[in-house]
Design a protein around this ligand. Structure first.
Ligand SMILES: *Cc1c(COP(=O)(O)O)cnc(C)c1O
Length: 429
């Protein structure tokens, strides 16, 4: 669809914005044409206050992180208390309660057998650690030839070099860095008889060079909010078992209620060997990630030989502020019925977005858990569409061919209706 050109800049421009504009480099942005971002000065619940006093309803929970809304008082209090006593301390050789408690609590939420938690500071690094563990566990057993991963079209696992190599190959970076990226095996997700046959053939052909399979369970997020059924994950588990592969579920997007269950793996009944978490782990408060590993894999690192240890340790790993926020976020999942809220949001999105199916350019409307997606034939200028949506006082960030909502699970029905109405308005034009 075509959109009128962006009418930037916003009416009020603070000094720090215009001064800093010449020095910051924005994410995923062509800086020559990128519109000046909207200056945010305060957040509360699902609302973002801009410097000019406008208030936007956040439809995407700050890149899928703020699952309890912004500034939740319980999380804020926990972080403030941690800030008083110990904002950070190195994790090598020193222990602190927030991280040890968090590891115990996360392990209790994982399927049986996944009980070892390695903390990092971003989702990409959590995936890097998962890949490293899958590879080194084999090296530690003297198996040196299985060095590749089976990953999927439409998949996204991060922006670092190791993770780019397991992302969808069409996504530009593969081509740009082709010579610098490890060549992994990228297959279609086995979702129907044809793709199952194609996947099975690829798995069989490459089995002897494969170390593992990595997938985003139930939803490929950054790849365009593409859903697949739990049977797909069961097929991956069966394939991994058949060929002796490590199965990694990247739940960085799907974790913490987004798909309607606390974790997506629960809907499949499948136990993977590694699960990665980040995004909503701290309720959107601060960066933290976790790679949670089966005892079987962990045991392959136990030996008198120091060279068999896992050689990884980010400077800020298990940051106490982040761990305090994550513990407080888990308290909220225990005390308040976030999963019922997610289901209710999903039902409301289904009702309010479904009529857009017949709108011009719309090719699909779908919901799962607290995810709502309107897929268009194409979106010519996602940044311009974003600006258009802001005129309706909502913060929604279309990308690829979709306009989607991943609201805070605490969002009120009224706020959600304003989001779906804004989408309706721009789609119907
Ligand atoms: C966002 C995301 C990542 C990368 O996390 P960062 O914190 O941005 O590095 C990895 N995997 C999935 C599924 C994601 O959604």
């Amino acid at each position: 669809m075509t959109i009128s050109p962006p009418t930037n800049p916003p009416p009020t421009k603070p000094d720090w914005l215009t001064d800093g504009w010449n020095h910051v480099w924005l994410p995923y942005a062509q800086m020559q044409t990128a519109p000046l971002p909207a200056p945010a000065i305060r957040t509360e619940g699902s609302r973002i206050t801009l410097a000019d006093g406008r208030v936007l309803i956040d439809g995407i929970a700050s890149w899928w992180t703020a699952c309890h809304g912004y500034n939740h008082p319980h999380i804020r209090a926990a972080v403030a208390q941690q800030l008083e006593t110990m904002p950070h301390i190195m994790f090598g050789g020193l222990a602190h309660e927030p991280a040890y408690r968090l590891a115990t609590r996360l392990a209790a939420l994982m399927p049986a057998g996944l009980e070892r938690v390695f903390f990092t500071d971003s989702g990409s690094v959590a995936v890097e650690v998962a890949l490293k563990i899958a590879l080194q566990s084999r090296l530690n057993q003297g198996e040196t030839t299985r060095t590749k991963f089976l990953a999927f079209h439409g998949g996204y696992h991060g922006d670092t070099f190791a993770t780019m190599a397991v992302c969808d190959p069409e996504e530009g970076m593969h081509n740009l860095f082709a010579d610098m990226l490890t060549n992994h095996i990228i297959a279609p997700l086995p979702t129907n008889p044809a793709s199952i046959a194609a996947f099975d053939a690829i798995a069989a052909r490459h089995a002897r060079e494969l170390a593992g399979i990595i997938v985003e369970p139930l939803v490929q997020g950054a790849g365009g909010m593409r859903f697949h059924p739990p049977e797909t994950l069961r097929h991956l588990r069966a394939t991994a078992d058949h060929y002796g592969l490590t199965l990694i579920f990247d739940e960085i997007f799907t974790g913490f209620g987004r798909t309607g269950t606390l974790f997506a793996y629960q809907q499949s009944g499948v136990t993977p060997d590694i699960i990665t978490l980040s995004k909503a782990l701290t309720g959107g408060t601060s960066p933290l990630a976790a790679t949670i590993v089966s005892t079987t894999l962990f045991n392959h690192f136990l030996a008198p030989d120091p060279a068999k240890a896992l050689m990884h340790g980010p400077t800020f790993m298990a940051n106490p502020l982040g761990c305090a926020a994550a513990n407080a976020s888990l308290d909220l999942f225990e005390r308040e019925n976030r999963l019922a809220q997610a289901t209710a949001l999903g039902a409301q999105m289904q009702t309010e977005l479904a009529p857009l199916r017949t709108a011009p350019h719309v090719i699909d409307v779908r919901t799962l858990g607290a995810i709502g997606v309107v897929q268009l034939k194409s979106i010519e200028n996602p940044a311009a569409l974003r600006t258009e949506l802001m005129r309706h006082n909502v913060w929604i960030r279309p990308f690829r061919d979709i306009i989607y909502l991943t609201p805070a699970l605490t969002m009120s029905p009224d706020e959600l209706s304003r989001l779906t109405a804004a989408i309706g308005a721009v789609v119907k034009g």
